[in-house]
Design a protein around this ligand. Sequence first.
Ligand code: NG6
Ligand code: CA
Length: 498
Amino acid sequence: MKKLFFLLITGLSGPAIFAQQKPNVVLIYADDVGYGDLSCYGATKVQTPNLDKLAQSGIRFTNGHTTSATCTPSRFALITGRYPWRKTGTGVLPGNAAMIVPVGQATFPSMMQKAGYKTALVGKWHLGLGDGREIDWNQDIRPGPNEVGFDYSFFFPATADRVPTVFVENGRVQGLDANDPITVNYKEKVGDEPTGKENPELLRMQASHGHNNTIVNGIGRIGFMKGGRKARWADEELAYAFTDKAEQFIEQNRQHPFFLYFALSDVHVPRMPATVFKGKSGLGYRGDAILEMDWMVGRIMEKLKALGLEKNTIVMFSSDNGPVLDDGYADEAVTMQNGHQPLGPLRGGKYSAFEGGTRVPWIVSWPAGVKAGQTSDALISQVDLFASFAKMTGQPLAANDAPDSFDMLDAMLGKSRKGRDWLILQGGALSLVQGDLKYITPSNGAKVMTHVNIESGADKEPQLFDLKKDVGEKQNIAAAHPEKVKEMAATLQKLRDA
Ligand code: NG6
Ligand code: CA
């Protein structure tokens, strides 16, 4: 028996109580979008009207985190409810990696299925495919998202800068020509197509570092591929293709509770937005990709509205890690920055142990269940989505399910300002946040990652910051508080080994 949610709907001829379906859940998960990239988070050089509207209609979180400062580990945590650093092999994956989400274990989407939801992944996957044997891209590719909780999937395997640059729908490469089979290799060149290294004159966007393997759509990628020429997407169509599929899924399931994990490719490199957005932000393609992302959010909201679903759909927006300007392509993100501050007041950025690595925009809107116009500083993590939505849908969690995920439902829905007491963050080194304090474990790496020009947060000495007074982590107060440092180091060790 499906559980019914009883909602109070006002604004009719007097209040009336309706029995309604469980709320739909749409998680819009952007890529590499920083805390300061949205106008509702303080950006002034670029405008995100659809996201601003979404924030006004619900809650804007100021202390919401990914588990990690890169993509694969953050997504692993979101889907499994486990900290990625507990398991080896959860770093940024190549496009031909085996799937790291264990089959047969409960996941956030499989839990939603049990709760009676139709579930879909549309967009970027980046959690690997197959069982560890070499992937045959010309056959059914399994296991994949459909084997770990998604009824429907339409995605690209890794990142837009990694081969194979194809869409996979429910395990099948789309548009594949049997006479032109796909081969992928991350070690050596396959086929005779030009590479960025050998033929840089063929590129329409130069690499600034890396990205010099097979050229697809005039852009050098990571990894080599041959074949599948008709199946390859053009970068400029990604936003449209993903949004269309997301809309179709919503439309097809409008009579049924659904969970859509809409994982956008924006604003990850290569930034090559649809032609209509090019040059529109004045900040180069990175800014244009922000506009494109906001447009995608707007289209989803319009679709929900057109179907009469906007009141009873929880729409969440967040990002998988902090921002980076130069992530390997000379795309003018640096030269046309024009005063835009992707980090807002934070320090670090993508890959970093500083707050800029993991503190990201996080918006929750649910007109039927969440009071509009809120801002919350509750400490929440994306690893908590699993347990929180298990609570919302009344699904019990077995002892082994989502062990690192805490029920933060009341905080996520703005009913409480109480977030986590503590949280472990991964940006190279691990950090522990406890109350207002953040402790970063000592580590040996370079202080500045020169290719991307981002401070790593690495330091041979322990670092302690008071985030309440100093969210920009400018003052290391470790020397003045040796006892606290010792205590937090021990706590982190204990939580890590638990
Ligand atoms: C790096 C890539 C970067 C990006 C990142 C993963 C180079 C030089 N850099 O290795 O461009 O793809 O991996 O980003 O190849 S993430 O958001 O998916 O974690
Ligand atoms: Ca990312």
